[in-house]
Design a protein around this ligand. Structure first.
Ligand code: ADE
Length: 222
């Protein structure tokens, strides 16, 4: 998979690209991630990318020209262009699975007060990572990248996806490691039994119990 990120703040992505599973996926060629400063596409003599909004109001508005030229330059017939915005479709695990099927994602990060409305007609979909407002689309982009790259074939063990919270709209079951007894709290006996069928049943019941307790809305969707 190839991922192009359009941003005014490329430095923000250093951490995510250079650590842990995303770094490994990049180095092994499972994903190529390019960070592109769309200021480089500005035709303004001073490389301006924003201006005051028509009609007044606080803050600057991103102009359509740099972002739309960047999209036109990068897009191929197989690309999916995503705009990060609190007005977008609420992001979920099932959406991450959908995006993992594309061979090329272009993520557009807005900033400041907003972006010119006409930019919307250049993208395939709009994504929100939750009902709160961040200072820009960079952190939402990182959320999408992280959740999609870990689903790509060979990036993490296939079995881990089945165990994930939200797989089939259930939260994950509890897991334990050493020691057997931590400050009086013991590891459930069934996990020590070696009885695979009983362990499988216990885990499924725990998934149902946890989901009912913490996220009953997920069970209704199931
Ligand atoms: N940009 C600012 N806030 C956002 C959010 N919640 N989701 C996606 N993009 C954003």
């Amino acid at each position: 998979m190839k991922i192009d990120i359009l941003t005014l703040f490329p430095e923000m992505f250093k951490g995510i690209l250079e650590e842990s599973i995303i770094k490994r996926a990049r180095l092994s060629g499972k994903v190529e991630i390019n960070i592109i400063n769309f200021r480089n596409y500005s035709k303004d003599p001073h490389h301006k990318v924003d201006d005051y909004g028509y009609g007044g109001g606080a803050g600057m508005v991103l102009m359509p020209q740099p972002i739309c030229d960047a999209i036109k330059d990068l897009r191929t017939p197989t690309s999916r262009v995503l705009l990060m915005t609190p007005q977008g479709r609420p992001y979920k695990q099932s959406h991450a699975y959908e995006l993992a099927n594309f061979s090329h994602l272009i993520l557009v990060c807005g900033h400041y007060e907003g972006f010119d409305e006409r930019i919307r007609s250049f993208v395939d979909e709009e994504i929100s990572i939750g009902d709160y407002v961040l200072t820009g689309g960079e952190i939402p982009s990182m959320v999408v990248i992280d959740s999609v790259v870990r689903l790509l074939e060979g990036v993490i063990e296939e079995e881990s996806h089945i165990q994930d919270s939200f797989h089939e709209n259930l939260l994950d079951y509890p897991v334990y490691t050493k020691p057997l007894d931590f400050e009086g709290m013991k590891v459930p006996e069934v996990l020590l039994s070696g009885h695979h069928e009983n362990i499988r049943k216990w885990r499924y019941e725990e998934q149902l119990r946890k989901t009912k307790e913490k996220r009953p809305d997920l069970l209704e969707e199931r």
